[in-house]
Design a binder for this molecule. Sequence first.
Ligand SMILES: Cc1cc2nc3c(=O)[nH]c(=O)nc-3n(C[C@H](O)[C@H](O)[C@H](O)COP(=O)(O)O)c2cc1C
Ligand code: SF4
Ligand code: SF4
Length: 275
Amino acid sequence: MILLKKIVIFYFSGTGNTWWATGRLTEYLKGMGADVTFFSIEQVDTELSDRLIAGCGTVGFGYPIYGSDVPEIMKDFMKDLAPSGKDAFVYCTQWLWSGDGARVSAEFLSNKFRIKWAEHFAMPNNVSVSAIRLPYTNDKRRINKILKRADRRIKRLVLKIVSEKPFLRGFSAVSACSGYIQRGPFRYFFGRLRNDINVEIKKCNFCGYCVKLCPVSNLILDGNTVSTLGSCIMCLRCYSFCPRMAVTYMKKLHNPERGDPYRGPVDGFDPELMQ
Ligand SMILES: Cc1cc2nc3c(=O)[nH]c(=O)nc-3n(C[C@H](O)[C@H](O)[C@H](O)COP(=O)(O)O)c2cc1C
Ligand code: SF4
Ligand code: SF4
């Protein structure tokens, strides 16, 4: 077994799944003797990130998959980093499938890092919007089953990192093509999709919580209105955690008959942890 160098991990998480996966990854790496720190990209700027990278041996990047793509906020973070030539691992969390969800970050990283490991973790679906009606759950027994499976895969990735065995899920031509089939239309329609989050003023009590939670300051509270600036990255954090379920997607409020919107992978999950 190789003596692990210092590792720094940067992640983005909209509703907590990638936060959870990052915590497990960190715990297993530490258990193997590595010196690991992890940061939500909402908590660091480029200058600090570059300094943290300069002081470590291996860098990790984690993000949720949106339409087989990297979230805009993570793309911007990756694009702004200085070239370092360091070894890197990349992981994405997803509900069902992304094709090449980890590989696609190579578009932004491969000229700055040596990507040696890439992996996908299947997690609960966080798209609970009533306008699309995909199946999702807040039932912790069902969620725990999914987390257990993800945990096993996280452990396997850690063993590969620790033993310096490269592993690149999603890097085949077939994976890249299948990812592109979903990513192409998602990128094409993103401009429209990102303008579909709004607030139903009749339900809102103007508490400002969504404004505080939004990772890209897309929401503005002004007296008795909450408006959007068109910079939404579709993380669904505001939709999931508004205490009054007053956030709409495609003009549709959350239907309470479906239960609460997705509230994160663990009981009492606090989205402010990632800020
Ligand atoms: C806009 C959007 C698009 C998504 N696209 C996909 C997808 O293409 N494939 C998939 O399996 N899951 C998809 N998901 C589900 C998330 O990737 C998944 O639930 C992820 O673990 C959420 O992580 P987070 O809680 O860290 O934000 C999508 C979620 C959102 C909000
Ligand atoms: S969190 Fe909900 S209730 Fe509070 S301001 Fe935002 S939309 Fe309104
Ligand atoms: S407006 Fe809502 S869905 Fe869009 S980026 Fe902000 S918190 Fe996420």
